[in-house]
Write a protein that binds this ligand. Structure first.
Ligand SMILES: [Mn+2]
Length: 312
């Protein structure tokens, strides 16, 4: 039995299914969570399927999470999606579930769960779920499920532009497109910006420090207040300084709410920025990673490391 049909069997064998994802969810986290939830609900209407998590994804539109008590979690089997380590799960009670199933595409540095499927070659967990759910020919994959999964595919690949975009990614996207999803509509929902965001993009561009082959933006709480934008939303604008031919590494840092520390988003064309991030309370993918809670001293250090990485 393949790993995928094992997962389907686990769903058939259990009454309560809980679905978890990482904190500060992006569209791959929420898209895979609600994609799987919707698929189970449509194909197994007698089951109880609950989505966990405190926070919501700021991009796109996803349903709210479900209230979850300890007892329900203990009776459930828990899927943990797009989350490399237990510390990052949005609601750590996941580990109290009867069975834990990890499905992820980050490097498997901290294996956990009773079952796991980790494919670091996959561009998104939504790609893995598409491969799984479309392999189940006896069940239907609706356009509603497909829309969630397509959102995660599209965003984790920055619209099929990143190095993790493979034939398998595009095949998954084609399968989802086959359900009749509104492709330009999904794009507009995910990527259209408000006038304020457009102007904030200009602000980021004019405040980027372009030094040799590295572009760095540091935003203070004053900046964030002025633009009425959260730190994580501000860092999501990192693409504003991407795609510059001369730049090999780029990063956006924001002050934490108390003004004492810095969080950051790191990108690169070649350098393994996740290895740098790992030394600064962070992690991620080779060309896209994040860091958090760095002291001002560490901020200066990581900027030097990024410049060195761009050069090597
Ligand atoms: Mn992901």
């Amino acid at each position: 039995m393949s790993r995928f049909s094992e997962f389907t069997q686990l769903i058939r064998d259990h009454q309560i299914i809980t679905i978890f994802r990482h904190s500060r969810p992006d569209c791959d986290a929420s898209g895979s969570q609600f994609g799987l939830k919707n698929w189970i609900e449509e194909n197994f209407p007698e089951k109880t399927v609950l989505a966990a998590g405190e926070e919501t994804c700021s991009q796109g539109s996803f349903p709210s999470s479900d209230p979850l008590d300890d007892d329900t979690i203990r009776k459930s089997i828990a899927f943990v999606l797009d989350t490399a380590n237990t510390d990052r799960i949005d609601d750590k009670r996941a580990m109290q579930a009867k069975l834990v199933i990890k499905i992820d595409h980050h490097p498997d540095r901290e294996p956990f769960g009773d079952f796991s499927y980790v494919d670091p070659e996959a561009a998104a967990v939504c790609q893995i779920l598409t491969e799984w759910l479309t392999s189940e020919k006896d069940y239907k994959l609706s356009d509603k499920t497909a829309k969630y999964l397509y959102s995660g595919l599209l965003t984790d690949t920055l619209c099929f532009r990143t190095s993790n975009t493979t034939a398998a990614t595009l095949k998954a996207a084609a399968t989802l497109a086959d359900t009749g999803i509104d492709i330009p509509g999904i794009n507009r929902e995910l990527f259209d910006v408000s006038v304020n965001e457009f102007n904030f993009g200009n602000y980021i561009r004019t405040h980027a420090q372009l030094c040799d082959d590295t572009a760095i933006v540091v935003l203070t709480n004053n900046d964030l207040e002025q633009w009425k934008i959260s730190g994580s939303d501000a860092r999501n604008h990192i693409d504003e300084i991407g795609h510059i031919r001369e730049m090999k590494v780029w990063a956006v840092f924001t002050e934490t709410a108390d003004g004492a520390m810095y969080d950051g988003s790191l990108r690169s064309k070649y350098a393994a920025v996740n290895e740098i991030a790992a030394r600064y309370n962070g992690g991620g993918h080779r060309n896209a990673a994040g860091v958090k809670n760095m002291t001002p001293q560490q901020l200066q250090e990581i900027i030097i490391e990024l410049k060195n990485a761009a050069r090597s």
